[in-house]
Design a protein around this ligand. Structure first.
Ligand code: PMP
Length: 381
């Protein structure tokens, strides 16, 4: 292997050269006017991206830090909380809530299913519910859940709706204010094509009301501390200054393309990936429709271990896809198509997959069938 690497995963995703250059610029001191200006511009761009007029809080940490912040800032011991899950990241909400001593009402779905908005609404309605925790893009299965529909069902209950959009914000639509979503959490390293290191949480006025009453312990992730600093274009602690610089550039690139254009681009790449997978004679695990715009998950052929396929792809061909998580480990592979990806990443993923599978004993219907089909899809518009 000649050392060339292709990162075609659901995160971290590749970083455009302009963003790398922004990160490599000389460091600002975080209490300097230069950094304050950088932070102010970045927060304003984040509010546009989140489609909210309210606070978007920025933390140095990975996406899970923003998830944890919403548990620690919204809840009090004894609160009734609903968690809906259909995969690994939905289950992360369960673990987080339990870590703070609260046993949630679990609206469990099979992995790979779509979250059922009516079931979630009914669970939130049953008794006074403080908060409902869901996922937009369930990265472990490739399903993008219908947050607009879930919000319609939870809004009348008065519960605060918290959405994990770590792998979808910027990649598919999430109209935070218009849909009535109270808290959206995200991270820098996926659709936002920035290195890992920053986490975000948008907070609606209704979520603030609850946060002011919440008594769970918090310090580093305290929303009030962060919001008060941000009101002065400042941060409570030393932030990942270089990642903020990278993020500002990435958000500028995304805005200059236009949000809708980026979403449409992702849907197009996803279509090429799905068609290519099927042309290889493989079965899709993620839904075969345009909602699966962030991750395409495919089932391994009988008798082939997905982890071996992942290893051959990475070690022999330099192509990093993602394997399966939890009970899907070894059974699926995942192609990420969010962030700084284009048609050739999809063609590379499909061609690499074919080579790796061939090594493990699987032959597609025709040589090059997956890559050829993807090219055909892309050529047709
Ligand atoms: N939620 C989702 C949907 C994710 O895809 C991820 C990252 N794979 C996370 C949460 C966790 O984010 P992080 O690894 O940045 O803490």
């Amino acid at each position: 292997m000649d050392g060339k690497r292709y990162l075609i995963t659901p995160g971290p995703t590749p970083v455009p050269p302009e963003v790398v250059a922004a990160e490599a610029a000389p460091l600002h001191h975080h209490r300097s006017p230069d950094f304050r200006a950088l932070l102010g511009e970045t927060l304003a761009a984040l509010r546009r991206l989140f489609a909210t007029e309210h606070d978007v809080l920025l933390f140095t940490g990975s996406g899970t830090a923003a998830m944890e912040s919403s548990v620690a800032n919204l809840l009090s011991p004894g609160d009734r909380v609903v968690v809906a899950s259909a995969g690994n990241f939905g289950e992360r909400w369960l673990k987080l809530v339990r870590a703070y001593g609260i046993e949630p009402v679990h609206v469990a779905h099979e992995w790979g299913e779509r979250l059922d908005p009516a079931r979630i609404g009914a669970a939130a309605e049953e008794a006074e519910t403080a908060a409902v925790f869901v996922t937009q893009s369930e990265t472990s299965t490739g399903v993008v859940h219908d947050i607009e529909a879930i919000a319609k069902h939870t809004a009348p209950t008065g519960a605060v709706l918290v959405v994990d959009a770590v792998s979808s914000l910027g990649g598919v639509e999430l109209a935070t204010d218009a849909w009535g979503v109270d808290v959206v959490v995200a991270g820098s390293q996926k659709a936002l094509m920035t290195p890992p290191g920053l986490a975000f949480a948008s907070v609606s006025p209704r979520a603030w009301l609850r946060a002011e009453r919440s008594t769970l312990p918090r310090y580093y992730l305290d929303w009030r501390l962060t919001a008060d600093s941000q009101a002065k274009n400042d941060t409570a602690f030393t932030p990942a200054v270089t990642v903020v610089a990278a993020l500002r550039k990435a958000l500028e690139l995304i805005e200059s393309r236009g949000y809708e254009t980026v979403w449409a681009h992702n849907r197009r790449l996803a279509l090429g990936a799905r068609e290519g997978v099927k042309a290889l004679g493989l079965e899709l695990y993620s839904p075969d429709d345009e909602t699966s715009a962030m991750v395409t998950a495919l089932l391994m052929p009988d008798g082939i271990d997905g982890q071996r396929c992942y290893g051959v792809l990475r070690d022999r061909h330099g192509i990093v896809l993602a394997g399966g998580q939890g009970s899907l480990r070894g059974r699926i592979m995942r192609i990420g198509h969010m962030g700084y990806m284009n048609e050739f990443d999809i063609v590379t993923a499909l061609a690499g997959l074919e080579l790796a599978l061939a090594e493990l004993g699987y032959r597609p219907p025709r040589p090059g069938a997956g890559a050829a089909r993807a090219v055909e899809v892309f050529a047709s518009g």
